[in-house]
Design a protein around this ligand. Structure first.
Ligand SMILES: NC(=O)c1ccc[n+]([C@@H]2O[C@H](COP(=O)([O-])OP(=O)(O)OC[C@H]3O[C@@H](n4cnc5c(N)ncnc54)[C@H](O)[C@@H]3O)[C@@H](O)[C@H]2O)c1
Length: 386
């Protein structure tokens, strides 16, 4: 198989996650890393044994020998970088949220199609093995017709008014924070697992800290240390710390299920508390990211069960996402590996039907996000376009 030459832009939390996961994908060589300075890029390149480093991401775009680009930078950079990469004939794997608006996301979907290139978006959380198990059991009818979808994505890393990150600034993160950053993962998984579509919703958001204290020289994602004394400057905040959304879901355009979810970055003690629960006419299932190797199965007339991740005992299609035997835990980094592996398999074989979250899935999340924003502003139910 021909090896695919790729580059990673961004060396923060996600850039390093991508670099690690890419080393586990069989047909890829990472040939360049781009950061905001040549020193940062060189430090990452040395750490990950990558030959080339640059402080200017356009070097990656201009290099005709590079086949694919990973975009792991703050949200405002996604659109210009993905657009430039597609225009230069490169495949693109872009982190979520795909863009700052539906219009930008739509433009990327159209550009990718026009260029005939592969495009993926970082909704990796669908690829926990037990999430795939829930999906395949639902497809097999184990839960009957889905009636109720519920859950949360709760974190606490922005709880204090002294916590700061670029996501808080709408010019860098976009007009939404908690819902765009983590709520989008919930909705991507809810539609992926149930096969239903969110058709309308009612959303209520809150910014608990209208002013936050920005530490001078504030750091990267999840980098704050409790109790660290810092010199700060007050910054006005308009993006939401918390959001709650009621929603309707349809199957082939026909009304079917009801749902409720919350997204929070201020829930003390919840580090990465993503919970997805589905309840149908025959049974239910509940999955928690903080115990990802377990799937709770709920029954009305029999004892409930907890299924432990074991590829030998899982649905055959779901077990393709479990690379280690039973009792050997798989977690967050493995979800990226599973996504990247499928993305690069599709680049290597143009005849393959994409089996990963695509640009159009990123656009779908932007539309759900737009509807939530409109609902919160109008304090009313809003339809979600297809
Ligand atoms: N899929 C997931 O599970 C997941 C998890 C976390 C973050 N993300 C997404 O990944 C993206 C990055 O988030 P993060 O948490 O890594 O942020 P981060 O702040 O930790 O890292 C961002 C990096 O991008 C760099 N950068 C900014 N502008 C750049 C430019 N022009 N050229 C090169 N580098 C540039 C910054 O210097 C920084 O190192 C965001 O879009 C976020 O939503 C996805």
């Amino acid at each position: 198989m021909n090896r695919i030459r790729t580059a990673v832009i961004g060396t923060g939390f996600m850039g390093r996650v991508h670099l690690e996961a890419l080393r586990r994908v069989e047909n890829v060589d990472v040939v360049e890393i781009a950061a905001t300075s040549i020193d940062k890029a060189r430090a990452a390149a040395e750490g990950f044994n990558v030959l080339n480093a640059t402080g200017d991401w356009m070097d990656v775009i201009r290099d005709p020998s590079i086949d694919a680009v990973h975009i792991a930078t703050p949200n405002a950079e996604h659109f210009p970088m993905a657009k430039a990469a597609f225009e230069a004939g490169k495949h693109v794997l872009c982190e979520k949220p795909l863009a700052m608006s539906s219009a930008e996301a739509q433009a990327l979907v159209e550009l990718q199609a026009a260029k005939g290139l592969r495009g993926a978006v970082g909704h990796n959380l669908r690829y926990y093995p037990m999430v795939q198990q829930m999906r395949r059991m639902r497809e097999a009818g184990s839960f009957g017709d889905i009636l109720v979808v519920q859950g949360t994505y709760s974190q606490d890393w922005l709880l204090y008014d002294t916590d700061w990150n670029w996501r808080i600034d709408p010019k860098v993160g976009g007009p939404s924070r908690a819902m765009a950053d983590i709520g989008s993962h919930f909705f991507d998984m809810a539609e992926h697992v149930t096969g239903l579509k969110v058709s309308s919703l009612c959303s209520d958001w809150q910014t608990f800290w209208p002013v936050r204290q920005l530490a001078k020289g504030s750091g990267e994602t999840f980098s704050a240390r409790p109790g660290a004394a810092r010199s700060t400057v007050g910054m006005e905040v308009v993006t939401e710390d918390f959001g709650a959304t009621l929603f309707h879901m349809t199957k082939n355009g026909k009304d079917q299920a009801r749902g409720a979810m919350t997204a929070s970055q201020v829930s003390a003690g919840r580090k990465n508390g993503l919970v997805l629960e589905i309840y149908g006419t025959k049974g239910g299932a509940s999955w928690r990211q903080e115990q990802p190797n377990e799937l709770w199965l709920g029954h009305r007339d029999a004892p409930n069960q907890v299924l432990l991740k074991d590829p030998a005992l899982m649905d055959a299609k779901a077990s393709a996402f479990a690379d280690f035997p039973g009792g050997h835990a798989e977690g967050y980094p493995d979800t990226h590996k599973q996504l990247f592996r499928r993305f690069y398999a599709a680049i290597a074989d143009p005849s393959l039907t994409p089996d990963y979250p695509q640009m159009r899935d990123g656009l779908r999340q932007m539309k759900i996000l737009d509807a939530q924003m409109a609902s919160n502003t109008a304090r009313a139910w809003v339809e979600v376009p297809e």
